[in-house]
Design a protein around this ligand. Structure first.
Ligand SMILES: Cc1ncc(COP(=O)(O)O)c(C=O)c1O
Length: 397
């Protein structure tokens, strides 16, 4: 029996990254030096406090600590994370408004399961993390892509023009994968004002869903503004995948604005969705650990140094790129060939011949761009300069 048509189509659509991953693995079997910038898999170690706490908790024998619990998570964890979310979002968030999740991906699926009916639309500025398409379509929704400005900041006019009778939510991601952009406070306020205006006009306030797994990965002088200050029909999905380098542990949470309309029903829906999507609850041991690590994060300065090294490499071959304030990606513009073409898939294939792996921007809705993830040792970044030079020489002829 064949798999479903929906999934077959989705597999076709996502085959580019999978192929790149497989080809990268093949290349590594043959060559000792492969410059693999394809995957956003954090390579920094979790903070020492993580291992210490893990050891301490492993020795403790507390009744019920490995059992079923409220689907929203342990109350003590939710209370600790409510304090952290209150600091991040600059407003008082009660523990009841924190729902523990299986990473940010689990959080987004729970949110979309809770808010979408068949045919509902979610407006997403592009480029965007390609899994969003599935997270929305999993629950009957449809993504409506809107362009961003040249510097990848929000284009409010485009968002306004995308509003329609089926609009249920706007989904944003800052710091952004793939561009590294951080939306400034003024833009968040303007977005909030636009959503309020839309709600007042239609008597239906769209949700603002903010995907924030990179909130802690920001560099000198950059901070991520509060979403909740800008708009109250807002929910944040986040995780410890990047901030503590724990993506394999599947731990994150949803924070719900304390002033959201239909608060009781919204929270009940999120708890229900957590259960029936089969998560039941977020991993118990990890919940107990992250509650104790709210002041910890990975060595962000290492990512910043790598970002600078990557920019130096791209500068040295005269490639232009988006100015990144956070996350661990450099989004670079594909240089034009002699005939003026700048196909990102062909460019990625050309780089691969020189053992450099990057993900074509088409996969994120941004043809003509390429994403490099710097979750690798800085020596690999600096060592890639000659390979970039050779690839560019071949590319531009
Ligand atoms: C923008 C974005 N959102 C969500 C996720 C999923 O994060 P998690 O591993 O916490 O589920 C990722 C993972 O790379 C991401 O880049």
């Amino acid at each position: 029996m064949p798999v479903s048509k929906t999934v077959r189509d989705a597999l076709e659509g996502s085959s580019m990254i999978r192929r790149l991953f497989e080809e990268g693995a093949e290349l590594k079997k043959i060559h000792s030096a492969v410059f693999d910038f394809s995957l956003g898999n954090p390579d920094l170690d979790p903070p020492e406090a993580f291992y210490r706490t893990l050891n301490e908790l492993a020795r403790e024998k507390v009744k019920g600590s490995h059992g079923y619990m409220s689907n929203a998570g342990f109350f003590e964890t939710r209370a600790a994370l409510a304090k952290k979310a209150s600091r991040d979002q600059e407003c008082e968030i009660p523990a009841s408004n924190i729902i523990m999740s299986a990473g940010a991906a689990g959080a987004l699926n729970v949110i979309f399961k809770s808010i979408l009916d068949a045919g509902d639309e979610v407006i997403v500025p592009k480029p965007y993390f390609m899994e969003y398409r599935s997270y929305v379509s999993n629950h009957g929704g449809k993504i409506v892509e809107v362009s961003t400005k040249e510097d990848f900041s929000l284009d409010l006019e485009k968002i306004e023009n995308a509003f329609g009778g089926k609009t249920k939510a706007v989904l944003i991601n800052s710091p952004n994968n793939p561009t590294g952009s951080v939306y400034p406070r003024a833009d968040m306020e303007k977005l909030g004002a636009l959503l309020k205006q839309r709600g007042a006009k239609t008597k239906n306030y769209p949700y603002l869903v903010a995907d924030e797994p990179y909130r802690e990965i920001v560099y000198s002088g950059v901070s991520v503004p509060s979403v909740f200050n800008a708009y109250s029909e807002a929910v944040v999905a986040t995780s410890f995948s990047k901030s503590l380098s724990l993506p394999g542990e599947r731990i994150g949470y949803i924070a719900v604005h304390p002033g959201i309309q239909n608060s009781e029903e919204t929270l009940a829906a999120l708890v229900y969705a957590t259960r029936v999507l089969g998560f039941v609850n977020a991993p118990a041991l990890m919940q107990r650990i992250v509650a104790k690590l709210t002041a910890e994060r990975v060595a962000v300065e290492v990512y910043e140094s790598r970002r600078n090294a990557f920019m130096n490499v791209l500068d040295s071959v005269s490639m232009s790129y988006a100015r990144s304030g956070g996350a661990f990606y450099v989004f670079a513009k594909v240089p034009a060939r002699k005939d003026g073409s700048s196909d990102d898939r062909e460019f990625s294939a050309c780089l691969k011949k020189h053992l450099i792996l990057g993900v074509p921007g088409s996969g994120f809705g941004a043809p003509g761009w390429i994403r490099f993830a710097y979750c690798v040792d800085e020596n690999i970044i600096t060592g890639s300069a000659p390979a970039f030079r050779a690839a560019l020489a071949e590319w531009t002829g």
